[in-house]
Unconditional design. Structure first.
Length: 332
């Protein structure tokens, strides 16, 4: 009896299993298939856009902007400076500091005064391209005379430097003062030997040159009553020419001198006259032009010595110079 029961149970299990299998197949057939998720590494990874790094220039490639330096103000001479600086007074031979163009010193001997005249000239005197100056100092030592000197001032290393001076006259009348071609030109009226000290009568145009020895007068000219001019032009020797033993002097004059005669002088740096004599010129007649070509034997001089050869035309009335020419010589 047990055996048939077991067979029956086995059959029931087979039927039940078949039903379950059939139901499962129906369920699977009715479900929508689920899309497979691809593996994450199968999707290509797009690289992130990285902005390019700007190229960095080396220090040597970077252009250097120049530093702008404001131009240095160039030192210039001016009237205010000249009227308030310290001078070596040529006539009084003392140091004086002007205040607004004046100096006063009173002592037991009297009152000494120095005044700068109103005429001032600016221009290059030594060839360095800078404006130098020329001033006129009028000095009184307590007497009746007032001696006017021409003073050269250089613009040198940012300073005003007194470089030379020369006496013009006692109480001359000054018309103008200028600088041209490195020369100082003074137009005025100076005394003849017969004039009263308060009344000069010779109109004179004087030219001065500054060199290593100081300020030197190179020419003086004066007008004639008829509108001509008394003047001397030395064409040889040249300025600064070296000489030894003798020198040939060549030149000309627009109007010949009285009796065709000039005065020759040789002067040293201190103003001492080393030699003097008459000097003849050739002319076609009174009032006409003249020329000269004469050899002068020089006195004994020291090698390297600087001297000035001067020719002067003297007035017939009183012997006052009415024309002067001067040339610098260096002794071999």
């Amino acid at each position: 009896m047990n055996k048939p029961r077991l067979i029956l149970i086995a059959l029931l299990l087979l039927v039940l299993n078949a039903c379950v299998t059939l139901r499962g197949s129906q369920i699977l057939a009715t479900q929508t298939p689920t899309a497979l998720i691809p593996p994450m590494f199968e999707t290509p990874v797009q690289p992130s856009a990285i902005p390019p790094t700007p190229a960095v220039q080396s220090a040597s490639e970077t252009p250097v902007q120049p530093t702008l330096i404001p131009p240095t103000t160039q030192f210039e001479l001016n009237e205010a400076l000249l009227r308030n600086m310290t001078y070596h007074s040529p006539y009084l031979n003392i140091l004086v500091t002007l205040q607004e163009g004046q100096y006063r010193l009173s002592n037991d001997a009297g009152t000494q005064t120095v005044d700068m005249l109103s005429r001032i000239a600016f221009g290059d005197l030594n060839g360095d391209g800078l404006n130098d100056a020329a001033v006129l100092l009028a000095e009184n030592g307590g007497g009746s005379g007032t001696f006017v000197s021409l003073v050269a001032i250089l613009n040198q290393n940012g300073q005003a430097v007194q470089a030379g001076s020369i006496l013009v006259d006692d109480r001359p009348r000054i018309n103008s003062l200028s600088i041209s071609n490195r020369q100082i030109v003074l137009d005025g009226v100076i005394h003849s030997l017969s004039d009263t000290l308060s009344n000069p009568t010779i109109p004179a145009l004087q030219t001065y040159l500054l060199d290593e020895t100081g300020l030197q007068r190179v020419s003086l000219t004066s007008p004639t009553p008829s509108g001509g001019v008394h003047a001397i032009a030395i064409t040889s020797p040249g300025w600064g020419e070296r000489v030894t033993g003798s020198v040939r002097v060549i030149g000309e004059m627009p109007i010949g001198p009285f009796e065709n005669n000039l005065l020759y002088q040789l002067v040293d740096a201190a103003g001492n006259v080393l030699d003097a004599r008459g000097f003849m010129v050739q002319s076609d007649g009174a009032g006409g032009p003249a020329s000269f070509n004469n050899t002068i034997n020089l006195p004994a001089l020291t090698s390297g010595q600087i001297v000035w050869l001067e020719l002067k035309e003297l007035s017939m009335a009183d012997g006052s110079p009415i024309a002067v020419a001067s040339v610098k010589l260096i002794v071999e």
